[in-house]
Ligand binder design. Structure first.
Ligand code: A5P
Length: 223
């Protein structure tokens, strides 16, 4: 529901950021319908999976280097609190998602209401790290008490679209956001972490009672 509802925010001529994940999947399909019906838009995908899906739907694609801004970025989220502090990266696309979000005039996240939490941290916080030196980066996370677990899928180390590893930090809620960011950012080999703080303009939430839109009042909306 949320994935389809967000398509109403897409306007002719926009450059979109297309997120990654099972909810974004539905939004991308709905955007594909808009293109099929003649809407003129272009989009920057945040992962190879999204690039493939959007390409098959005929959505005109741009690379991140082709753009100097994005009008609207649409993405999913793993956990979000009432201050719009969020954890993303469950699908491992957090780096490209964050680059796209920081270039966007408006960011809308789509989700079901299970993603709304009092305090973030129960969902393991993904951190993308370089392969080279990953053992040392991992040890440093342990020393910092960040409870890291290297992401392994079907017995293989998970590799991001950027060729790196993901470490999931099992912090538990609530977390001291600033402290966690300071610790992670001090570790050599960390490319980016999945804490998205005050980056989102509004959220579109699918609930049993229908779709709800909640605006981030602290944010100055550009559009
Ligand atoms: C991808 O790396 C993530 O940031 C996703 O946006 C997030 O995990 C939400 O995914 P789902 O919509 O599949 O829950």
């Amino acid at each position: 529901m949320a994935g389809e509802a967000v398509a109403k925010h897409v306007k002719n001529g926009m450059i979109l950021g297309l997120g990654t994940g099972s909810t974004a999947y539905y939004a991308i399909n709905a955007i594909g319908e808009l293109v099929k019906n003649g809407m003129d838009l272009k989009a920057v995908p945040t992962s190879k999976a999204t690039q493939l899906q959007a390409g098959k739907l005929g959505i005109p694609l741009l690379t991140i280097d082709d753009v100097d801004h994005i009008d609207l970025a649409i993405d999913g989220v793993d956990e979000i609190d009432s201050h719009f502090n969020a954890i993303k990266g469950g699908g491992g696309a957090l780096y490209r998602e964050k680059v796209v979000a920081t270039l966007a005039n408006e960011v809308i996240w789509i989700m079901d209401d299970s993603k709304l939490v009092n305090s973030i941290g129960k969902f393991p916080l993904p951190v993308e790290i370089a392969k080279y030196g990953s053992k040392q980066a991992f040890s440093k996370m342990q020393v910092f008490g960040l409870r890291p677990v290297l992401r392994v899928i079907n017995g293989e180390k998970f590799i991001t679209d950027n060729g790196n590893y993901i470490v999931d930090l099992h912090l538990g809620a609530p977390i001291k956001i600033d402290e966690v960011i300071t610790k992670i950012s001090s570790i050599v080999g960390v490319l980016e972490h999945g804490l998205f703080i005050d980056m989102c303009s509004s959220i579109v939430v699918g609930t049993d009672e229908g779709v709800k839109i909640i605006k981030n009042n602290d944010m100055i909306l550009v559009n």
